[in-house]
Design a protein around this ligand. Structure first.
Ligand code: 4NP
Length: 168
C-alpha cells in the first residue's frame, strides 16, 4: 500500500450498514487502542457512519454498548448516514464487509481524497476473518467476536502508522 509521507494526524472513519453495531464499535475500539498504545498523537478525527440512514439519530445497539463496556472501552455515538463530503474529510474510510465497500465505492465522488478499504486489510493473523459480519440478527457471541476482530485490526493499523512515521 502506498502512502504519502506526512507528519500530520490521520483521520479515520468506519462504515457499516446501520451505524449502530459494527462501525460505532470500531470507532470506540480504535480510539481506545490508540490511547493504550500511546499512539493517539498519530490519529486525528475518528468517526463512523452507515451506508443506510435506517437508524440515523439512534445510539449504538445495546449489545454493542454491553460488549464495549465488558471490554473496558468507552462508547458514545449517534448514528448517521454517509455523506459526500466524508470522502474529503477522512484520509481513510474503512468498510466492515464487501457490501459496505462496494456501496462506498459507488458513493465516492470521483477524485476525492479518502482511501476506501476493508478494515480487514489490516489482518496480520491469518486465523482472524477479514470480513466483519453483521451481528445484528445473532446472539451476544457475535458481538464479542467482532470486538476481537476490530481490536486486532486497530492495533495492526496503528502499529503500521507508527512504523511508516518512523520511516519518514
Ligand atoms: P450494523 O448492523 O450495520 O453493524 O450497524 C445492522 C444494524 C441494523 C440493521 C442491519 C444491520 N437493520 O437492518 O436494521
Amino acid at each position: 500500500m502506498t502512502r504519502e509521507p506526512s507528519n500530520s494526524k490521520v483521520s479515520v472513519a468506519f462504515c457499516c450498514l446501520g451505524n449502530i453495531c459494527r462501525s460505532p464499535m470500531a470507532e470506540a475500539v480504535l480510539r481506545h487502542a490508540a490511547n493504550e498504545l500511546n499512539l493517539s498523537h498519530l490519529v486525528g478525527d475518528i468517526d463512523s457512519f452507515g451506508t443506510s440512514g435506517f437508524h440515523s439519530g439512534d445510539g449504538p445497539d445495546r449489545r454493542t454498548v454491553q460488549t464495549c463496556r465488558a471490554n473496558g472501552v468507552p462508547i458514545n455515538h449517534v448514528a448517521r448516514q454517509a455523506k459526500s463530503n466524508d470522502f474529503e474529510r477522512f484520509d481513510y474510510i474503512f468498510a466492515m464487509d464487501r457490501e459496505n465497500l462496494e456501496d462506498l465505492k459507488y458513493m465516492q465522488p470521483r477524485g476525492s481524497k479518502s482511501q476506501v478499504l476493508l478494515f480487514g486489510t489490516y489482518a496480520e493473523d491469518s486465523r482472524v476473518d477479514k470480513i466483519v459480519n453483521d451481528p445484528y440478527y445473532g446472539g451476544p457471541d457475535g458481538f464479542q467476536r467482532i470486538f476481537k476482530q476490530l481490536d486486532h485490526f486497530s492495533r495492526v493499523f496503528l502499529k503500521q502508522l507508527a512504523a511508516d512515521r518512523a520511516n519518514v
